[in-house]
Write a protein that binds this ligand. Structure first.
Ligand code: PLP
Length: 455
């Protein structure tokens, strides 16, 4: 099929995710046909830098022989088997590697197939854990404003973005959203006194601690733009959970497997959560996989003391042999190639480049993030404090940026959840040349925004 036919059939037969229907029908959507390292090629042979690593997942670049061969070997040997009462080597290997790398006593992984499913599973696990301890009334959840935790009904209930919740309400009862850490980072004074911490304690007092099952939070929150927590915030979350018998769930669908420069983001902030959810980077985008990693005492409770003894949950594709073989190959490749050191070493370089673009462009309000995970918040003019109007924001996101991605040859993602933002999240293997290409592309995009939005 040539490009015109691909586009025509896509318009008629392919359902796009989070894409305006009219735009899908009317616009010439990009059609990518091949990947190589940090770059993608479209159906007309043009080359693009994959500046968002797909959707925060293609962390090791595209078309690597070692990962392809791990998948292909597994397909040859045993393409399908379950983790329902039986085991197979790739799931055992991936789970053992994860246990080695996860913080503290998080030693058991339930594999599923996506981030949403991981969050969904963590919600169910938290409820069953409390029920098995004789506290079935602990069903409520605390999560944060503007946080994205996925799209299935349970995960969407935990998600705190009104725009994407609204069409599906009523959602799960008993989910309370509290302030996130926007505007707070580094040393903000005693964390226990911050409003974002106090508000959690207020909600617990209002609802009754004995009714709360879990607090869900990302180490660095993606929704509202790469919110790096203030010093002491995560230890406060741990303290509050410990004092109130609540499970702490670190949603690391983005923040694990190196995105922040560590295997797991919570470890970076000095805390061992009770559950960690992961997905994306666990297979570097080569296969769909997600999972929940569980602390030993929680597993012990579920397996040995619960009425039903065992997690009453499962999925046909959970721990799929090919996906878990890919996860093991991904972890091994990351270790052999010291990918975490690359992020540690080049994260500050990327940050410095973005900061200098902020100084050079009036349309940059703020740059936030850490490691290889950043958000550039846009406005009309920093010198006058003028924000983008709704109309300008829509135009920037729907027209200016897509054209700028094509013009500069760098693909990023525009986001309008709470502000107009450009998300930046390059493959974790990016070297100097790729970082240079990325920064120069962003420079061009910001110039295009300024050409469209008067000062
Ligand atoms: N949780 C977080 C923190 C995420 O960033 C995402 C997706 O971006 C999800 C959950 C949902 O993951 P998925 O799209 O794989 O369902």
């Amino acid at each position: 099929m040539d490009t015109a036919e691909l586009r025509d059939k896509a318009r008629r037969h392919l359902g796009p995710h989070f894409t305006r229907g009219q735009r899908w029908r009317a616009a010439e959507m990009p059609v990518f046909v091949r990947g190589e390292g940090c770059h993608l090629f479209d159906s007309e042979g043009r080359r693009f830098l994959d500046g968002l690593s797909g959707l925060f997942c293609a962390n090791l670049g595209h078309s690597r022989g070692d990962i392809v061969s791990a998948a292909s070997k597994q397909m040859d040997l045993l393409p399908y088997s379950t983790n329902w009462g039986s085991a197979h080597p790739p799931a055992v290997e991936a789970a053992s590697l994860i246990a080695e790398l996860a913080p503290g006593d998080l030693t058991t992984t339930f594999f599923v197939n996506s981030g949403s499913e991981a969050v969904e599973s963590a919600l169910k696990l938290a409820r069953q854990y409390h029920a098995s301890k004789g506290e079935p009334q602990r069903t409520k959840i605390i999560s944060r404003n503007m946080a994205y935790h996925g799209t299935t009904m349970g995960a969407l209930s935990v998600t705190g973005i009104p725009k994407i919740r609204a069409p599906f309400e009523p959602l799960l009862e008993g989910v309370r959203h509290v302030p996130n850490t926007l505007g707070l980072t580094g040393d903000c004074g005693p964390a226990a006194e911050l409003d974002c911490v106090r508000s959690i304690e207020r909600v617990i007092a209002e609802e009754g601690a004995e009714t709360i099952a879990a607090i869900f939070a990302e180490p660095v929150q993606n929704g509202r733009g790469a919110l790096v927590p203030p010093d002491g915030y995560w230890p406060e979350l741990r303290r509050i959970c410990d004092q109130n018998g609540i499970l702490l769930v670190s949603d690391e669908v983005i923040c694990s497997f190196g995105r922040l420069g560590s295997w797991f983001g919570s470890a970076r902030y000095g805390v061992t959560p009770d559950l960690i959810t992961f997905a994306k980077g666990s297979t570097a985008g080569y296969a769909p996989l997600g999972g929940v990693i569980v602390r030993e005492p929680v597993i012990e409770q579920l397996f040995d003391h619960g009425e039903r003894t065992g997690f009453t949950h499962g999925a046909t594709w959970g721990g799929h042999p090919v996906a878990t073989a890919v996860a093991a190959a991904t972890i091994n490749a990351m270790r052999e190639e010291s990918v975490l050191s690359n992020v540690e070493h080049r994260g500050p370089q990327l940050r410095a480049g973005l900061d200098s673009l902020q100084r050079a462009h009036r349309c940059v309000k703020d740059v936030r993030g850490t490691g290889f995970f950043y958000a550039i918040e846009l406005m009309a003019d920093r010198s006058t404090g003028r924000e983008l109007t709704d109309e300008q924001s829509t135009r920037v996101l729907q027209e200016v940026l897509p054209k700028a991605f094509a013009r500069t040859g760098v693909i990023l993602r525009g986001d309008d959840r709470g502000a107009t933002m450009l998300m930046v999240s390059p493959p974790l293997i990016s070297g100097d040349e790729v970082i240079g290409e990325l920064l120069s592309g962003i420079d061009g995009m910001l110039a295009d925004v300024e050409a469209d939005v008067p000062a």
